[in-house]
Design a protein around this ligand. Structure first.
Ligand code: SF4
Ligand code: F3S
Length: 102
């Protein structure tokens, strides 16, 4: 099962995930990133790299987050590959502080 970017990425987009990914499976739009499930090799390296805990293996997603499996697949097909780090989005650190436990 591939790994999946969830809603916690939206509005933050720290892109630290892309710096540890051994393949080019991260895509992006102006709000967040998406993992191409066809390219992901399930290494799990991106999970601890994300400052907001946005990435989960698909099989660990709770029911209310499972729609992100299809969203990642669809949006990865529609958006360009992210090839390197970018600055976080404005307000990312404030959003991170608002997440319980972060
Ligand atoms: Fe990339 Fe590995 Fe994360 Fe898949 S699990 S997106 S291959 S770092
Ligand atoms: Fe998003 Fe976390 Fe990567 S915020 S861009 S999944 S490091």
């Amino acid at each position: 099962m591939p790994y999946v970017v969830t809603d916690l990425c939206s509005g933050c987009r720290y892109t630290e995930c892309v710096s540890v990914c051994p393949v080019e499976c991260f895509h992006l739009d102006d709000q967040m990133t998406y993992i191409d499930p066809e390219t992901c090799i399930d290494c799990g390296g991106c999970v601890p790299a994300c400052p907001v805990g946005a990435i989960k293996p698909a099989h660990q997603l709770p029911p209310d987050k499972r729609m992100w499996i299809d969203i990642n697949r669809r949006r990865a097909a529609e958006t360009p590959v992210l090839t390197g780090r970018l600055p976080p989005l404005p307000g990312a650190d404030e959003r991170k502080r608002a997440i319980p436990g972060r």
